[in-house]
Design a protein around this ligand. Sequence first.
Ligand code: ADP
Length: 498
Amino acid sequence: MDKYVLAIDQGTTSSRAIIFDKNSNIISMAQMEFSQICKHSGWVEHDANEIWETVFQVCKEAIYKSGLDYKDIISIGITNQRETTVLWDKTTGNPLCNAICWQSRQSTSICNEWINKGYSDVIHKKTGLIINPYFSASKIKWMIDNVDGVKEKIEKNEVMFGTIDSFLVYKLTNGTKHITDITNASRTMLFNINTLEWDNELLEMFEIQANILPEVVENSGNFGIATALKNIDSSINIPICSIIGDQQSSLFGQCAFSCGDVKNTYGTGCFMLMNTKDKKVLSNNGLLTTIAWKYNNEVCYALEGSVFIGGSSIQWLRDGMRMFEKSSDCEQYAQRVNGSDGVYVVPAFVGLGTPYWDNDARGSVFGLTRATKKEHFITATLESIAYQSKDVMEVMKEESKLDIKSLCVDGGASSNNYLMQFQSNILNCDVLRPRCLESTALGCCYLAGLSSGLFKDLNEIKKFHSIDKIFVNKINNEEREKLYSGWKIAVKATRMFK
Ligand code: ADP
């Protein structure tokens, strides 16, 4: 009998459930958006209960749509938006306040205080991260300091903390499991990537009590039955067999199993990860050192660079600037002109990520002339996604001392041919776009399938990975350098304007 995996991909703006078969084909899929709560400029919050409800609904819809016999769905894989922080009541399972999303900047002053206290070095060495509101630690501290009753409840041992994976597992298992996986843990700024344990010294420095923390598990195993799905049908009895953060999951889904393999995901933001196997490369230029996965008792590390505004710059052109109706329309505009005609857009709407880590920079446009058309503006915005990714790759090459011959891509904006061709041109490397762009869901499906016997080993999985299109560089060095030096000047000028 054929067997199947249910992959839950809990993202920043929507939750998705996808059922895959044993050849990694998609059998059914369901998706639901949820509210983005923005009370103040720079703040982004989510209602964790609403997230759970969307996850439950998409699982239900995907299972119904598949038409499968429930007993043939043999495992669940979970992948999720990382760093987003939830505190909930140990007894009722109710969140104590809104979840603070990874994008949210509300804990900036806490981070500044930690920087001023001189914590940067020790945090970098222990966690591989830099002090930034992006990671969970300052979000927890913000909740302790600002939400009524949280501090007292923690003192009475009545509170659980978790990233979204942890909250979903708690809900799926009807409150019986309080766990997180090692990749999500590695993004909290509380987890020591050397000892592979929660770090007591950091907890003390941040004034966060250890009693709220979940148990940390590997990425593939048996993490309990998702009994909550019995509310769909009492005969449903599926174990949770993988948990992994979304970017690490996409690295796994791209079969980037060898040292030096790199992927870039073009979603809301862009996230580039390089597999560095057992080496923890500590960056001096703003890359993060993180855990890629722990599988079969072996820990694999990755170097990561994050671009905050990627595909969401295209949403801005669509919704804010009202330049077109659908995100995909931007490709036609870009194809109508020959490049951006010297226009540069720097979409630093929420600051700049790797390698600048500049919280205060804001967006800008350069090089406008009387001849600048809407097409050039759109092209320049698309190109900014590729330039920002190049900034990350340049640092990655330098610090890893590895040559990067090709880049695996995925995420919504990777379907844009103009962007992918420009990316190849500006990087001077091959850009490989796989047949299945759902690498994130695929990664947790593979890990769940490995522990539930659907897939034998990594070699078997590699056979499923097929490439749809390879983009090859079409410009010469001189042209590339001219284009890129213009970008560097634009970024420098943007950072001066504060
Ligand atoms: P996420 O998982 O972060 O929500 P997705 O991987 O679904 O994001 O990608 C959606 C993003 O990609 C949106 O920001 C959207 O504007 C952008 N996008 C989608 N299609 C295209 C396209 N054809 N060209 C450029 N950008 C696109």
